[in-house]
Design a protein around this ligand. Sequence first.
Ligand code: CP3
Length: 350
Amino acid sequence: MVEETRSTKPKFLRALSGEPVWPPPLWLMRQAGRYLPEYRAIRSQAASFLDFCYDPKSTVEATLQPIRRFGFDAAILFSDILVIPDALGQHVSFESGEGPRLTPISDEAGVTRLRETINLDRLYPVFETVSRLKQDLPKDTPLIGFCGAPWTVASYMIAGRGTPDQAPARLFAYRHPALFQRIIDRLVVASIDYLKRQIEAGVDAIQIFDTWAGVLPTGEFDRWCVSPIAAIVAGVKARYPAIPIIVFARGAGPRLLELKDATDADALGIDTSVDPDWAATLPKTTVLQGNLDPLALIAGGEALEEAVTRILAAFRHRPHIFNLGHGILPETPIAHVERLVELVRRDQPF
Ligand code: CP3
């Protein structure tokens, strides 16, 4: 009986629950997107990226495209982390070729203009997408829901755009710590509400993206990265204790240990800069996800083979989910993704 349950549970969820699985399950951050011609084709039909994100027909199709092509071991809901500020009433748009634009928050009036609670009705298309995907995905392909971590989302809300070093948000946090804390607290509550609804609609696991964690100095890292993520994990698990949660804090380096201790996350994403041999010394109870350099995937050839071999060797006897160390880039050749799938899966199960 136990054996049966075990063998029918998808590899991705087995690894997330702490079981070493060989070959490891594989999915790629940003696996749906511009490197796929079929994505570009449907994307070009939409008036704007946000319209696309709020159209379940488009988002279901975008989520399924990489699964059909590569048979990855997990699908990730197609959406964006900036739907949260949008649902808090901040103006959000995406300029083609330039990235996101938001009305920057520069003072208390900007914070006061935000809604107290997230408008979940505005996010209804996201939940609709999840329910439809539960019907359309292969039964053995789990669906990952996600949100951005408060620090990363706040960095866009303050600057109003992507910046190289998040200086506007870091300055804001130094100059107005109490006001910044209000934004972070609002995002913590909004994220918990949003993730709970994704779970109710059917996602099998959650990933929290803290893309810009690495720019924070120690004290700031605890306050703006670790504490809010710990609060989100606790808030979600208070209602749904069994939902697996992956935390990806890019640039955390050795502070990953702190993140592991302070949060009740089930797995840690490791970015490209983390040495797999160092990461492999972390307690085997820590499930790791990562960390192929997206540029090695663009380069292909020897560079790709060597990097994949190294990662597989380092994590062979521990629970590991094969992934990139950051999102796949639009320039990535499809043939290299096909080769990656072959390389990861060529070894027999142990
Ligand atoms: O992983 C997936 O396949 C699911 C989709 C997904 C998108 N964004 C689609 C997207 C996910 C998980 C995200 C997360 C996201 N969005 C993050 C965190 C992860 C990371 O990669 O760092 C961040 C920081 C954002 C904010 C964001 N969205 C930026 C900075 C940009 C513009 C930069 C760019 O790559 O163009 C986006 C737009 C965006 N989100 C696109 C896609 C496919 C490209 C827009 C388009 O197709 O026109």
